[in-house]
Ligand binder design. Structure first.
Ligand code: WQD
Length: 342
């Protein structure tokens, strides 16, 4: 019988969760993954089995389904939950706000109630830098003003508020809200990575699909921002560094009595054209692009002050932009059509 803590991951076959799954196993945790495959592929489980050298413990379930989740908790009795499951496309959230509130907010409330029924009161919550809205100053510290500029961001802001209110009502709750900046890259094996359905909303997967020949050209949304080269600046963070941030957050919760909200970013901003150049170098492939009008809702620049996570979690990012692009390219070139082609 293992004495290692059991961690339940929701949205477990998704991009960040699958990388976190591997990091948790490597750190000696027991892991149970839950997903309904609404935005991921079952093939991820086969890849994880090969990478981890053991069959992943997995339950197919919708986090909004109370009865199924109660049965999952009864079977596995997790010591903590990492709640990744959420829809995350900003544009889609504007078109379908109810889907986002039902799934992202309703799903969180359901998970918290199921946790409470099973005496589990530790959660790492997948939040986002989008809760900062339009930054008033940079780099962004955790005490910066918060505002939501789209329904997706609103669901993350509401999620953080729910967890804060829960902790105020019952001090036995311990939560870690992790505000991701821009997750990119892939596991060094090239076996798992980012595999968006349809047209990628985010920059790195779109660039990867141009480099591998799935798409002809990149549209650069805006060349007239007040940034060094006029294109948008973001804090890109390697998904493996992000996964390690979750391990550090769990150790923080399991080792003490406090809750925390912190940025997971590198503290360094790169422009769209910086990333395109780095990707061409990493892949050896051209990434032709056109500068087109700005995308509504985009901010000029956004990057983190990562000091709090360093001081309180003992975590910081290590992978640089070249490594992010090299690992992304290995994944994309080994899986030109993503998981579904397996
Ligand atoms: C990055 C930069 C674009 C695509 C979003 C969400 C955020 C988080 C990460 C979930 C910007 C430019 C992009 C393209 C481009 N998601 N771009 N051409 O918008 O910073 O953040 O994803 O948590 O919540 O808001 O990321 O990758 O979409 O854009 O020029 O085809 O690349 O304008 O400057 P973003 P992104």
């Amino acid at each position: 019988m293992s004495s290692a803590p059991t961690i339940l991951l929701t949205g477990a076959t998704g991009y960040i969760a699958s990388h976190t799954w591997l990091a948790l196993l490597a750190a000696g945790f027991e892991v149970v993954g839950v997903d309904d495959f609404s935005n991921s592929s079952p093939e991820v489980l086969n890849r994880l089995a090969k990478l981890a050298g053991s069959a992943p413990v997995f339950e197919a379930a919708d986090v909004c389904d109370r009865e199924t989740m109660l049965a999952v908790f009864a079977r596995h009795q997790p010591d903590a939950v990492v709640h990744f499951a959420a829809y995350k496309a900003v544009g889609e959230s504007t078109a379908k706000p109810l889907d986002y509130y039902r799934n992202n907010v309703g799903g969180l409330v359901n998970i918290c109630e199921v946790m409470l029924r099973n005496g589990c009161r530790r959660m790492v919550f997948s939040s986002s830098a989008t809760v900062y809205g339009v930054p008033e100053s940079l780099p962004l510290r955790e005490d910066a003003a918060l505002s939501a500029v789209n329904p997706y961001g609103q669901t993350k802001l509401i999620g953080e508020t729910i967890l804060r209110d829960l902790g105020a009502a019952d001090t036995a709750w311990q939560t870690a809200c992790l505000r991701y900046f821009n997750p990119v890259g892939a596991h060094e094996s090239g076996s798992i990575g980012e595999d968006p359905r349809g047209t990628p909303n985010n920059l790195m997967p779109y660039v990867a699909q141009v480099a591998v020949g799935r798409r002809p050209r990149l549209s650069v949304f805006g060349g007239d921002y007040p940034t060094p080269d006029g294109t948008g600046v973001r804090d890109y963070i390697h998904v493996v560094d992000l996964a390690e941030g979750h391990v550090a957050a769990l150790r923080f919760l399991l080792g003490g009595k406090e809750s925390i909200t912190c940025n997971l970013g590198t503290g360094r901003g790169y422009s769209v054209l910086d990333l395109v150049k780095a990707y061409e170098k990493a892949s050896g492939k051209p990434v032709p692009y056109d500068i087109v009008p700005r995308r509504p809702g985009d901010v000029a620049a956004c990057y983190a002050d990562p000091a709090l996570a360093r001081e309180r979690l003992g975590w910081e990012a290590h992978h640089d932009l070249d490594r992010m692009c090299a690992d992304s390219w290995r994944w994309q070139s080994m899986n030109p059509l993503g998981f579904e082609a397996s």
